[in-house]
Design a protein around this ligand. Structure first.
Ligand code: AMP
Length: 511
């Protein structure tokens, strides 16, 4: 056992998984997944409060989901770090059964559970804490530090939220790394490779794709892209909507307002979807789903074919392919330059996803990594490389997934870092005062690829105060934007003529 073990955590939308390095085996770090109850390596990322007020996490929460849908929080990762007015919050409200509302100051999103309100950080913190407890028990040593993975397409705010969630439960998130980059580590560490790989990561809630060049211990991301709202849950929802429509056509009854019925349909939809990855047809039967106004019990009796599932989800798959094309284009490479295509995330088990990729690249995807475990394994390897007792030296050269810029007077975005800019990265811009004796300069910073600033996610409003007195246009302010290795932005400003640092305050709000 090492001095202080840093574990790797894949904090997934649907499932989480943790791993650590247990010394060396045949000269390479020996990664072990941390088993959960019953030997499973994944923990459902679900938090619930039961009717007695007990908090349940993981399988305990999943098991009672059907009967307690309003107080069972899943998919929270999609909401973490979002401003209350974000479109994504509106979409989430329509598909989840728990209450989602803006906080009193309208800054962030709150979840309603068992008549209390919780922040998303608190929900993530509970899940992180559970994973940490399982790891501490398994390793028989207290764990205080972890490397945590996030979707490559997470914004600065979402990354900060994950770090804050760790802080709430005394778990230091020593480093945030991107999920596809982590999967590349699982594939490439110890193999002395010189390859360009494409990581296609379609998980429960998010889609990421990265093109990564591996040169032995150096992992250089060439381009990345994704969609935070595209994953297995959306495939389930496409099936659920179909079932609801069919049932309503047949019986005139709308099941969407019945939480227990919805939960049963949801559960079976996911199971049927997974079944259809290995068979062509599957029954979809739920007895006594509801009653007629006359008190007659009604059943759902349907059949799903793989073809039908493919039709219902064709648009989702097309979206992944469009993003893949864009990322490959951004990387400056062509399909022939890619040595291996790696599948990550449970939803990539769907055969048509693999067929489409085989067609696109002209070769089948590699079986080089385990789709559910690769991200945690990579995180554990990276964690090990940060420990005191290591001789594993890894170099990760990542990029930011979306542009970061400031709002101009006309409301458009002035891009400071374009998407796919390498990190860490720093840039300076010089501004001048626009009024006599101006004491403050206020800047609104956004992240996203839309040219209109407020169509993106706001990272914060930065106020630089203590500007030297002088006539309009005569005083200069030099502002430094710093994006660290984790993709998190900090800003500072100084007077370039006097070298005096200005005071910087940040307010994160949605205008
Ligand atoms: P992950 O976030 O990687 O754990 O991915 C979980 C997602 O993969 C969930 O939406 C699952 O329904 C989906 N999934 C898992 N196994 C399969 C399978 N055999 N076929 C299709 N989807 C699957």
């Amino acid at each position: 056992m090492t001095k202080e073990t840093i574990i790797g955590i894949d904090l997934g939308t649907t499932n989480s998984c943790a791993a650590y390095v247990d010394g060396y085996k045949d000269g390479n770090p020996n990664v072990r997944l941390i088993p959960y109850k019953g030997g499973d390596y994944t923990i459902p990322s679900i938090f619930a409060v039961d009717d007695k007020g007990n908090e349940l996490i993981g399988y305990e929460a999943k098991r009672q989901w059907q009967l307690n849908a309003r107080n069972t929080i899943y998919g929270a990762k999609r909401l973490v770090g979002r401003t209350a007015t974000s479109d994504i919050v509106e979409t989430m409200k329509r598909v989840v059964q728990y209450g989602v509302k803006p906080s009193a100051d309208n800054k962030e999103v709150l979840i309603e559970v068992a008549k209390r309100e919780m922040s998303l950080q608190e929900v993530s913190a509970r899940i992180l804490n559970k994973i940490r407890d399982v790891a501490s028990n398994h390793l028989r040593t207290p764990i205080h530090k972890a490397v945590v993975t996030v979707p490559a397409y997470f914004s600065d705010r979402q990354r900060q939220s994950v770090k804050e969630a760790g802080k709430l439960v005394g778990l230091e998130v020593v480093r945030i790394i991107n999920e596809p980059t982590s999967a590349a580590l699982a594939y490439g560490v110890g193999k002395h490779l010189n390859q360009k790989v494409c990581i296609f990561d379609l998980g429960g809630g998010t889609f990421d794709v990265s093109v990564i060049e591996i040169r032995d211990q150096v992992f250089e991301v060439k381009a990345t892209g994704g969609d935070i709202f595209l994953g297995g849950i959306d495939f389930d929802n496409a099936m659920i909507h179909y079932v609801l429509r069919e049932f309503q056509t047949k019986t005139g009854i709308d099941l969407s307002t019945d939480p227990v019925a919805m939960q049963r349909i949801k559960d079976l939809a996911e199971r049927t979807k997974m079944d259809l990855s290995s068979r062509e047809e599957a029954p979809f039967n739920i007895p006594f789903i509801t009653m007629t106004p006359q008190g007659q019990p009604l059943n759902i009796e349907m059949k799903f074919s793989r073809k039908l599932l493919e039709q219902l989800t064709g648009e989702l798959i097309e979206r992944t392919l469009k993003i893949l094309q864009k990322v490959l284009h951004d990387s400056g490479l062509s399909t022939h330059d890619i040595d291996e295509v790696m599948l990550v995330g449970g939803q990539t088990r769907m055969p048509i996803v693999q067929d489409k990729l085989t067609k696109y690249f002209g070769k089948p995807p590699s079986k080089g990594v385990h789709p559910d475990e690769a991200v945690a394994i990579g995180a554990a390897l990276y964690a090990f490389s940060l420990q005191d007792d290591t001789n594993l030296k890894l170099q990760l050269l990542d990029v930011i997934p979306m542009a970061i810029g400031l709002e101009k007077a006309d409301g458009n975005l002035h891009i400071v870092f374009p998407r796919n800019a390498p990190i860490p990265n720093a840039k300076q811009i010089i501004g001048t005062t626009s009024a006599d004796n101006q004491a403050e300069l206020i800047m609104r910073i956004w992240q996203g690829d839309h040219e209109v600033a407020d169509k993106n996610e706001q990272l914060g409003e930065f106020t630089f105060s203590g500007i030297r007195q002088g006539p309009s246009g005569a005083v200069r302010v030099e502002i430094t934007f710093d994006v660290n290795v984790e993709g998190i932005l900090t800003m500072r400003a100084q007077d370039p003529d006097t070298k005096n640092e200005l005071t910087t305050t940040v307010r994160v709000t949605q205008s």
